[in-house]
Design a binder for this molecule. Structure first.
Ligand SMILES: [Zn+2]
Length: 304
């Protein structure tokens, strides 16, 4: 009887420590601290994420438009949790369904979380914030199952660039951040006070990189179709600094939670752009002006 109890304690303490074992180097304290090895597929995988995305060298792709259902619904019961590795949102009132593009099935949003600084880089440039909208293929009943299949998960990655203009949607999330920052409140979800539509976190989806990769946290399952948008949203450094204050241990702040870049290993990285934006040099100029215009309009919308 004693032996069983002891075995139980040993077993549980092992799994408990494993769950908390992996982490990130504190680059604010020591920028040369190496990224730790996380073990398993994280070290041995050949289709790992994140990677640097190059416009030059990407394969040109053309697919149907991505279709988003219910992303514009204002969420009233969104929960936020500090899980010690990120800030995560879940508890959507309606099923948010993603389809179209190169996707063969429907995918539903499971959770949204952020990384500060960005995990993906575009043309070797790192951004201050990356939001991950994690979707599960509806042919699998849960995330654990979905993680076993290469078509199991779709993550939309949204990069945010530094600006003087505070981001309204990120601001809504920050408003509730105080309640989950401390180590004592870790893993205790709170209701997000402001109502937020997932749409508010997503800029134009007309142009994106897509490639086959992995989760960027253990188990690093190679089950992810990545969709990283090329259009970025503004955020202020003050806003990003709010996330850096969340604690993952007594008195220890999570100053950064991005994984280091992984080898591309000759994977196909496809750059998808809308047809009207792909008609030679003139088309490129037009698309740049259109992008600027969208940015200006978006900026005005935010300032209003
Ligand atoms: Zn992530």
């Amino acid at each position: 009887m004693h032996f069983i109890a002891l075995a139980l304690i040993v077993c549980c303490s092992v799994s408990f420590s494993w769950a908390n074992e992996w982490g990130y180097p504190d680059l604010d304290s020591n920028q040369d601290e190496p990224f730790p090895k996380w073990g398993g597929l994280c070290d041995s995988g050949k289709k790992q994420s994140p990677i640097n995305l190059h416009v030059k060298g990407a394969l040109k792709g053309e697919f149907d438009s991505l279709r988003f259902e219910n992303y514009d619904e204002h969420q009233k019961n969104l929960r936020m949790v500090n899980n010690g590795h990120s800030i995560q949102l879940s508890g959507f009132d309606h099923e948010l369904t993603l389809s179209g593009g190169a996707l063969l099935q429907d995918f539903v949003v499971e959770q949204i979380h952020m990384h500060w600084w960005s995990e993906h880089t575009i043309n070797d440039i790192r951004y201050p914030l990356e939001v991950h909208i994690v979707h599960r293929n509806t042919i699998y009943p849960n995330m654990t199952m979905a993680a076993n299949f290469k078509d199991g998960i779709v993550v939309i990655g949204v990069l945010y660039h530094v600006s003087n203009t505070p981001n309204e949607a990120i601001g809504s999330i920050i408003k509730s951040l105080g309640a989950v920052k401390s180590y004592d409140s870790m893993n205790k979800p709170v209701l997000v006070a402001d109502s937020l539509a997932v749409d508010d976190l997503v800029p134009s989806v007309e142009s994106y990189f897509t490639y086959a990769g992995s989760l960027t946290t253990p188990t690093c399952a190679e089950a992810v179709t990545w969709i990283v948008l090329t259009e970025t949203f503004p955020v202020t450094l003050d806003q990003v600094n709010e996330f850096k204050e969340i604690e993952y241990d007594q008195g220890k702040q999570l100053h950064n939670n991005y994984r280091e870049l992984q080898s591309e290993n000759n994977r196909a990285v496809v750059l998808v752009e809308q047809p009207e934006q792909r008609s030679g040099a003139a088309g490129l100029t037009a698309s740049v002006s259109l992008g600027l215009m969208t940015l200006i309009l978006a900026g005005q919308k935010i300032m209003l």
